[in-house]
Design a protein around this ligand. Structure first.
Ligand code: CMP
Length: 140
């Protein structure tokens, strides 16, 4: 299987509860390698741009406000089949549906405050990585 890169966000509910290390450990234990990472406080513009695909959804305002509420950690993860692997480690979007042992089952508070984001395709991973990182910031 191919080595891929995917994009990850450790969301405000997790950074606020000091779970950054716990989340990274679950990603690393699952076989992914952090090849870029930075802690940032998103502006409204940056958060709205990132989630533009959801702009017509009823929860968009709530989602943007939440993502600006505390710092986040944006990361590039590398590994075999990294896009699908990251989604497997994260678990379902709604923690009520997430398999035991996944990040969202262990740590998420609700469908909105669900601790992590991960790219849903290789194509979106590339777009999302480029939204936050330049080539020099990714050290594989
Ligand atoms: P994420 O993978 O970051 O992509 C879009 C986010 O929208 C998703 O995770 C959820 O956190 C959020 N989301 C999806 N559905 C809802 C909802 N019904 N209410 C609030 N937030 C939602």
């Amino acid at each position: 299987m191919a080595i891929q890169r995917t994009f990850s966000i450790i969301k405000p509910d997790a950074t606020k509860r000091n779970l950054t290390g716990a989340v990274v450990k679950m990603l690393e234990d699952g076989g992914l390698r952090v090849v870029a990472s930075k802690r940032v406080h998103l502006s409204r513009e940056k958060a709205e741009g990132f989630y533009a695909v959801h702009s017509e959804r009823p929860f968009f305002g709530e989602l943007v406000d939440f993502m600006m509420s505390e710092p986040v950690v944006v990361q590039v993860l590398e590994g075999e089949n990294a896009v699908a692997k990251n989604r497997e480690i994260m678990g379902a979007t709604n923690p009520a549906d997430a398999d035991a042992g996944t990040i969202r089952a262990e740590h998420a508070l609700s469908i909105g405050e669900n601790s992590v984001h991960g790219s849903d395709s290789l194509e979106n991973a590339k777009i999302e990585i480029e939204y936050f990182f330049n080539d020099k910031e990714i050290v594989g």
